[in-house]
Design a protein around this ligand. Structure first.
Ligand SMILES: [Zn+2]
Ligand SMILES: [Zn+2]
Length: 99
């Protein structure tokens, strides 16, 4: 098992601008898309509202023995999904306003 390396471990950090807790991860086939998501779970109402201005909703798959992973929510995503759903982090704080 010596050669087994974790593939692109997600980076749980905070937004440098507004310091919201975020998760940055490459998502998709061949890591096609880099996503920075708020890790605060959304209510179904918030998910609906977030979708309206073209924000993406992600399924944040978590477990006791695994790092959190963002999953694309496709058409076959179960409505009874037990994992929190989150959306892209859209920073409302300009960097220049910090300090
Ligand atoms: Zn889900
Ligand atoms: Zn931010």
């Amino acid at each position: 098992m010596a050669g087994r390396t974790a593939r692109k471990a997600p980076d749980t950090s905070r937004c440098p601008n507004c310091r919201a807790p975020t998760l940055t991860q490459w998502v998709g086939d061949r890591a096609a898309l880099k996503v920075t998501a708020d890790i605060r779970p959304l209510t179904p109402e918030q998910q609906t509202a977030a979708r309206t201005p073209h924000r993406l909703i992600w399924c944040l798959k978590t477990g006791p023995h695994a790092a959190p992973r963002l999953r694309w929510i496709g058409g076959s995503h179960p409505t009874t999904c037990p994992h929190p759903h989150v959306t892209d982090h859209h920073c409302t704080t300009a960097p220049s306003t910090l300090f």
